[in-house]
Design a protein around this ligand. Structure first.
Ligand SMILES: *[C@@H]1O[C@H](CO)[C@@H](O)[C@H](O)[C@H]1NC(C)=O
Length: 396
């Protein structure tokens, strides 16, 4: 009974104890050095990393952008079975809108004078046949060339295959022209017009920066070293900056990224805000173990023959697609992020006493004395205690 009362008294007693910090001044050179050094580290972190590198005093906004492109250049092909022999932008840029992603045709397989009739399939395990029973009328294999008619036909003097309803003659795309037909595309140029906005800061810019005048624009060509602001790019230069060979890439096609970095510091003392261009290949670049390399698609041009029959020219187009990718973040001084981030950074100063206390209680010579002084419990006979401690301090 008595013990419980005692215990209760004790716990109430501890619960209502009040703790207050007391200042101990310790004249110790090593400890002083640790103290100042730790403070210095925190201040360096705040100034060097938070302010200078992270620019934590800034508000940020991300870029909104629009891109239009215009390709220029001519090429001629000297293969007779192909039209046109002369190529301009309307022939080789598909689609023609001048989008932020544009395709330049560099190579192709042309199948001309196709009409909708019946013809034997290419020979293969599922298409060779001996008689009509091997072919199923109405079967359409997505990997085949058309819808089977149920007849078995002579593909050549030795092979028979199922007949299909399709655009005949069928396209043979197993052999690609090499070098690429439009090798001259390497000398085409593209003008990239890019306008950007940082809506939060009401900041607008174009990549045709103010100091570019129209006569410079007529003759300039982008180069990192000599013309870093010129918005006209030679396709060969783009591809080689991306680490690829244009003629090699032109054969099977591919995808190249034109990356425009608009990261800006809009504070008046930082001054400049200009686009930075870089280039990289975006599709899989390694031909080894790459089963379906490059980039291609098909399109057709339709005609009517004099005797009212529909014919078409099918083109399997290989080429390079250029994707213009714009990114960027702008920063500008703001009072709210300054206060919030400085407060957060300076709270690291509260770690300084922690480090110093640890040093004080483990590394100094008089650590026993200091640890005795660090916490004083003032009980009822505190005066006697403090007197005895005072003498102890005096004698040591
Ligand atoms: C591209 O232009 C350069 C110089 O103007 C020329 O030497 C080169 O042969 C041209 N390339 C093609 C494929 O025509």
């Amino acid at each position: 009974m008595g013990r419980t009362a005692n215990w209760c008294q004790d716990c109430l007693h501890y619960w209502f104890d009040y703790e207050t910090p007391k200042t101990l001044v310790i004249p110790d050179i090593a400890l002083g050095c640790v103290f100042r050094f730790t403070q210095l580290l925190v201040v360096l972190y705040v100034v060097g990393y938070v302010c200078v590198m992270q620019k934590a005093y800034q508000e940020t906004d991300s870029v909104i952008s629009s891109v239009t492109t215009k390709v220029k250049g001519f090429a001629s092909t000297n293969t007779s079975d192909m039209e046109p022999l002369f190529w301009d932008v309307a022939d080789y840029v598909i689609p023609p809108q001048g989008d932020s992603s544009f395709f330049v045709l560099t190579n192709m397989v042309v199948t001309s004078k196709q009409t909708q009739t019946r013809c034997p399939e290419f020979p293969g395990p599922s298409t060779t046949c001996v008689d009509d029973c091997d072919c199923i009328e109405g079967l359409s294999d997505p990997r085949g060339s058309g819808i089977q008619t149920g007849l078995c036909d002579n593909y050549s003097s030795t092979v028979q295959t199922c007949e299909v309803l399709s655009w005949c003659p069928l396209e043979i795309d197993t052999k690609l022209p090499e070098p690429a037909l439009l090798a001259a595309a390497e000398n085409f140029t593209v003008l990239i017009k890019n306008s950007i906005t940082y809506p939060k800061f009401k900041f607008h810019r174009r990549n045709i920066v103010p100091h570019i005048n129209s006569s410079y624009l007529k003759r300039c060509e982008f180069s990192h070293s000599t013309d870093p602001d010129c918005p006209i790019f030679r396709l060969k230069h783009i591809v080689s900056e991306a680490g690829e060979d244009f003629q090699e890439m032109a054969v099977k096609g591919g995808v190249i990224g034109i990356i425009i970095d608009w990261s800006c510091d809009l504070d008046s003392w930082a001054g400049k805000c200009y686009p930075k261009y870089s280039f990289r290949r975006l599709d899989d670049r390694h031909p080894v173990g790459n089963v379906a390399p490059g980039y291609n698609f098909r399109f057709a041009k339709y005609y009517k023959t004099p005797d009212e029959e529909d014919t078409r020219t099918l083109i399997k187009a290989y080429g390079i697609r250029f994707d213009v990718i714009v990114f960027g973040t702008a920063g500008k001084f703001g009072i709210v992020p300054t206060i919030v981030n400085m407060g957060a950074a300076l709270s690291f100063l509260s770690l300084v006493p922690l480090v110093c206390d640890w040093f004080l209680l483990t590394c100094t010579r008089k650590r026993d004395l200091y640890s005795r002084h660090k916490i004083t419990y003032l009980s009822d006979d505190a005066e006697i205690e403090s007197m005895s401690m005072g003498t102890a301090y005096g004698t040591q």
